[in-house]
Write a protein that binds this ligand. Structure first.
Ligand code: URA
Length: 241
């Protein structure tokens, strides 16, 4: 990686905007190898030198992980010619991190979406071999029955012949249910419920593994994940990946 400007290293870490970083540095809050550095243009090797902000070490984390409460109406993509994407919702300082969405939620689906720049991690979350459970809340036209739940548990065959892995279906009340799947086929939950004659009216992802969407984030809200959160993603994992 070699030598880089201090303000660029801090910006890459998503600490703040260039202007905010200049102020932090000029206020003497940043140290390189224990020495206060007042120059934003100072060069350092972030992989070899120790960087602190207010005495707290900033590990040079190239790999970053976030949860977003994806609002309905934006597409799960890194770019799109005409439609707003989930990346358009990121604050300026996080746009340079090379984040991409882990898996896909439909444009009209809301809820828990992971964003990262770690391709191996994304693959592990998405792969059905990892058996990571994704749980959705659905409003449906109709009401689920015990027969529907049994069909989900046995592994549904969709209308086009696609075979699904066994999945969970729980009735919450009239026209409301929870669906738990370990794979992510195209429009999977909608197609599963449609195959039982219960079209989805609204869909929201609530959790992945035992990592639950922070409902306090609000539509488009974002929170960085820590190690505990990452462990929760794979805590129910069984088998090899
Ligand atoms: N299943 C769907 O049908 N849509 C989603 O967005 C996610 C899962």
């Amino acid at each position: 990686m070699g030598l880089q400007r201090l303000d660029k290293v801090l910006a890459d870490l998503g600490i703040g905007s260039r202007k905010e970083l200049k102020e932090l540095i000029r206020a003497g809050r940043v140290r390189i190898d224990g020495m206060v550095c007042l120059k934003p243009e100072q060069k350092l090797d972030p992989e070899r030198q120790t960087l602190t902000l207010d005495g707290k070490e900033l590990g040079y984390k190239g790999l970053r992980y976030f949860m977003m409460d994806k609002p309905a109406g934006v597409v799960t993509a890194t770019e799109d010619r005409s439609q707003k994407t989930v990346l358009d919702l990121l604050p300026e300082e996080l746009r340079r991190l090379g984040l991409f969405p882990v898996g896909r939620l439909d444009k009209d689906t809301s809820g828990l979406l992971l964003l990262t720049n770690d391709g191996d991690f994304a693959h592990r979350v998405i792969s059905p071999k990892s058996c990571v459970e994704k749980r959705y809340y659905a409003d449906i036209d109709g009401d689920v029955t015990e027969e529907d739940a049994a069909a989900f548990a046995a592994g549904l065959t969709l209308r086009d012949g696609t075979q699904c892995l066994p999945a969970g279906l729980e009735r919450l009340g009239a026209g409301k249910c929870l669906v738990t799947v370990t794979e992510g086929k195209y429009h999977q939950v909608k197609r599963m419920l449609a195959s039982r004659g219960k079209p989805v009216l609204a869909l929201r992802r609530l959790s992945i593994g035992t990592l639950v969407l922070d409902e306090g984030l609000g539509p488009g809200g974002l929170r960085e994940l820590d190690e505990m959160d990452l462990c929760k993603l794979f805590s129910g994992e069984i088998g090899e990946n």
